[in-house]
Write a protein that binds this ligand. Structure first.
Ligand code: ASP
Length: 474
């Protein structure tokens, strides 16, 4: 088989005959001549069918979005037809033969810049939306950013380790999605809100530097920067302080921007740090947009927020966890700051206990957060005691963690980035759905494959599930 010639390489064949596989982006029929804009994954080229060409009859049958195999000559365009602002704008393909590989229906919306098209139509036909240049760029850049981070962390001796999706509930402060078990009918898995427990268990297993692009699932209401299913860049390290984790992440973010987004400017390096107390007093929010010039969307203002309160009061009426008074603010596995350990262990001054939690904020969005963890069982137990859990409940829910920590767990800490959010800002998009290849709608639906959906009576019987929802069940 001949080696395929890609459109980006056509210049090398100037004056010669080539064969390309392409999609027809536009077709301009001028009667005697027909012009096409073709493209493959490497770029565009103009095609032309000259009067009297043997290809004319076939050319007339071709419509936009058809896939074609084209044989032709690569010619330099006449001087007055050159367009030096587009790739291959100085050449064209004089078509000798054009053969239809597949036809196409008219697409439900034009595939130029689709940002103004109705979003549910775009999501229903995401595979067409993804053909558009902007979406293609977003998906490709998502891959490039991931690839950069993977290489960077691999160089720092991190290894990427996958953790399960069918799991038990992790308390991240949101509702979990659950999956019914058939083999153990009546019981449920929970989909992980984050790999938090697994990554800590990897520390016990002596993987000193772990990371993962991890899919996380939280059953919350969707918003512009939230989806029920999203991706974290999750990492954990043994024998580190807050400063160590922050430094590594800061260096990685700077390197990433310099390498992949050189047109952007980071407002302040090293990233400024503010305590939760100061940031609330000054801005009234713990994720302030500290850009000095908000009209410049190539300006990146990173900010670390530290010293969060470890616990907050829970109002009685939404006290879903039947804890008495207190709940954790971020992560029940976080360690208090050293100066507060004594109060923490004796359960005093609870409202003043500060945690080692650190958040990273970018242009007004929280793009990540983490902490140093309680690596000793008695300290982790204390968190749940302060939250009012009795020993039975602590054992039932967290016995496995307490036991794991009892086998010489190293001191450790980590962070997770909201990867989609970071990418949304870097790509100057308004919603994370623009940078998630197959996003759900604002209501958390997959309108392309139609999920969620009802299941059959047979499936329900196997799972021992009775649905009381009056919508029609098959
Ligand atoms: N698991 C935490 C979260 O998802 C992040 C961390 O503390 O590493 O928010």
């Amino acid at each position: 088989m001949k080696k395929r010639i890609y459109i980006a390489d056509l210049r090398k064949y100037l004056g010669g005959e080539v064969e390309i596989y392409a999609r027809v982006n536009t077709r301009r029929d001028q009667g005697k001549m027909v012009f096409f804009d073709f493209a493959d994954s490497t770029g565009p080229v103009q095609g032309i069918v000259l009067p009297q060409s043997a290809a004319m009859k076939d050319a007339k049958k071709i419509r936009e979005n058809f896939l074609v195999l084209v044989k032709g000559n690569v010619n330099e365009r006449p001087e007055n037809n050159k367009n030096l602002n587009v790739p291959n704008g100085d050449i064209e393909l004089e078509i000798a033969e054009i053969c239809i590989l597949n036809t196409s229906e008219t697409t439900p919306f034009p595939l130029g810049d689709t940002s103004d098209i109705n979003e549910s139509a775009r999501l229903k036909y995401r595979y067409l939306d993804l053909r558009s240049e902007r979406m293609k760029k977003n998906v490709k850049n998502r891959f490039r950013v991931q690839q950069f981070i993977r290489n960077y962390l691999a160089n720092e001796d991190f290894i990427e380790i996958e953790t399960p999706l069918l799991s038990a509930p992790t308390p991240e402060g949101a509702r979990s999605f659950v999956v019914p078990s058939r083999l153990d009918a009546g019981k449920f898995y929970a989909l992980p809100q984050s790999p938090q427990q697994y990554k800590q268990l990897l520390m016990v297993a002596d993987f000193e530097k772990y990371f993962q692009f991890a899919r996380c699932l939280r059953d919350e209401d969707s918003r512009g920067d939230r989806q029920p299913e999203f991706t974290q860049m999750d990492l954990e390290m043994a024998f580190v302080s807050e400063e160590d984790v922050m430094r590594l992440n800061e260096e990685l973010l700077i390197a990433l921007v310099e390498e992949l987004y050189p047109e952007k400017k980071i407002q302040e390096i090293p990233f400024p740090k503010m305590t939760y107390h100061d940031v609330m007093e000054r801005y009234g929010t713990d994720r302030p947009d500290v850009r000095k010039d908000k009209s410049d969307d190539d300006l990146l203002a990173f900010l670390w927020v530290t010293d969060f309160p470890m616990f907050e009061r829970v109002a009685d009426d939404n006290n879903v966890d039947d804890a008495k008074d207190w709940t954790f603010t971020h992560n029940p596995f976080s360690k208090p700051k050293d100066a507060h350990v004594a109060d923490f262990m004796s359960g005093k001054n609870i409202e003043n206990i500060l945690s080692t939690q650190y958040d990273i904020v970018l242009n007004g969005f929280e793009i990540g957060g983490g902490s140093i963890r309680n690596h000793k069982p008695d300290m982790l137990r204390k968190t749940f005691e302060i939250m009012g859990y009795d020993q039975k409940r602590i054992e039932e829910n967290f016995g496995h963690m307490l036991e794991a920590l009892s086998f010489g767990a190293p001191p450790h800490g980590g962070i997770a980035w909201g990867f989609d959010r970071l990418l949304m800002i870097l790509e100057k998009e308004k919603s994370i759905r623009e940078v998630i290849p197959f996003a759900k709608t604002g209501e958390g639906k997959d309108v392309m494959l139609n999920a969620p959906d009802v299941i059959t009576e047979k499936q329900r019987a196997e799972l021992m599930i009775t649905v009381s929802n009056p919508i029609t069940q098959p």
